[in-house]
Design a protein around this ligand. Structure first.
Ligand SMILES: Cc1ncc(C[n+]2csc(CCOP(=O)(O)OP(=O)(O)O)c2C)c(N)n1
Ligand SMILES: [Mg+2]
Length: 357
């Protein structure tokens, strides 16, 4: 499906709840975009080590789904994870401090951009190994039913991740367990059309990615991922179904990443400027802004205020990250596999013993 051909519904059909949620999430999406722009700048200033992948362009996907789940639900995603954390309630300062490798970061400065973690908000990470989180999310969904809760799990994954072996094994189990009402998971494929520089049609013989879930008897659908209100409607329907039945479900949302794959992908030789410009003409923030304006719910003044608030929050996040200390040396062997209990107490460890236990 070409996302450019999707029509936006009439603004007058927005319910009161939808209007309130849309206003709130418009602010969050503007904040996430501003955060990502700044993160890229800080990377170039040498403030952020390791690697950095920004989410700009894809905001309506995570926003739509995370606005539709309960506070006690959980979710997993890959390495393009800053916005997911902020959307779910992590302080922008704690996210920026993690990118800076500081002790006040969301993962104590030891995870970095790709490994955000915020269990208090149901966010189980942030994973750098493509497809590596899919088995974990599937097992977690099973555990939620096994423990007889009504909680559900969201698993965001990229189009590229669907070609990994670690996609197929859990998908098979999710189909199987889901039929027994034991796997309340929604797989949300963020089809941004590329895995690094490889377009979907060069990495998968079947380009209807939603349909590939049918192989495992997981019901699925495909939709536009650029309109927050439509994604949220879809999310509410799907989340309700998964919660009620305990069955698994998959959605493929068509979206686009506006920036390079990662901070080092400056020239993007695999796509044209025209293609990027065309995708940007359906910017999810502009689409939501237009819908809210058309509904008479957003004025120029409010838009200005939302942007000023985001600017202030991000400036404050950078200040917080800059001023925070790095992790203390004795933190080095904490929270890692293989540290012995007594070593954890003393903060020392035999460097010869690197085996995991
Ligand atoms: C197991 C593994 N293989 C390869 C890589 C290198 N790699 C990093 S991102 C990426 C592309 C993933 O694309 P997709 O799942 O579509 O996510 P997107 O970056 O588009 O959000 C690859 C191949 C990796 N991190 N892990
Ligand atoms: Mg992709």
């Amino acid at each position: 499906m070409d996302t450019r051909s999707v029509k936006t519904a009439s603004p007058r059909d927005l319910s009161r709840d939808e209007l309130a949620a849309s206003l709130e999430w418009y602010g969050k999406m503007v904040l996430a975009r501003r955060f990502e722009d700044e993160a890229e700048r800080e990377f170039r200033r040498g403030k952020i080590g390791g690697y950095l992948h920004v989410y700009s362009g894809q905001e309506a996907v995570a926003a739509g789904f995370l606005s539709a789940i309960r506070p006690d639900d959980i979710f997993f995603t890959a390495y393009r994870d800053h916005a997911h954390a902020i959307f779910r309630g992590a302080a922008p300062g704690a996210v920026m401090a993690e990118l800076f490798g500081k002790a006040t970061g969301l993962a104590k400065g030891k995870g970095g951009s790709m490994h955000l973690f915020d269990v208090a908000h149901g966010f189980y990470g942030g994973y750098g190994i493509v497809g590596g989180h899919i088995p974990l999310a599937t097992g977690a969904a099973y555990a939620l039913r096994y423990q007889k809760t009504e909680r559900i799990c969201l698993c965001f994954l990229g189009d590229g991740a669907m070609n990994s072996g670690s996609f197929h094994e859990p998908a098979n189990l999710a189909g199987l367990w889901g039929k027994q009402g034991l796997c309340p998971i929604v797989y949300i494929v963020e089809n941004n059309q590329y895995a690094m520089g490889t377009p979907v049609e060069r990495s998968s013989a079947v380009t209807n990615l939603a349909g590939r879930f049918s192989t495992y008897a997981i019901d699925n659908e495909r939709a536009d991922g650029m309109d927050f209100i439509e994604v949220r409607r879809l999310a509410e329907r799907v989340v309700r179904r998964v919660r009620e039945t305990g069955g698994s479900y998959a959605v493929e949302l068509l979206t686009y990443r506006f920036a390079g794959h990662g901070a080092a992908d400056l020239f993007q030789p695999y796509r044209t400027k025209e293609e990027i410009a065309q995708a940007r003409s359906r910017d999810p923030i502009t689409i939501l802004e237009d819908r809210l304006r058309a509904a008479g719910a957003l004025t120029d003044e409010q838009v200005k205020r939302v942007h000023a608030d985001a600017e202030r929050a991000v400036t404050e996040a950078v200040r917080f990250a800059e001023e925070s200390p790095p992790p203390a040396p004795e933190e080095l062997y904490k929270d890692v596999y293989g540290a012995r209990d007594e070593d954890e107490k003393t903060g020392t460890r035999d460097r010869g013993n690197t085996g995991t236990r």
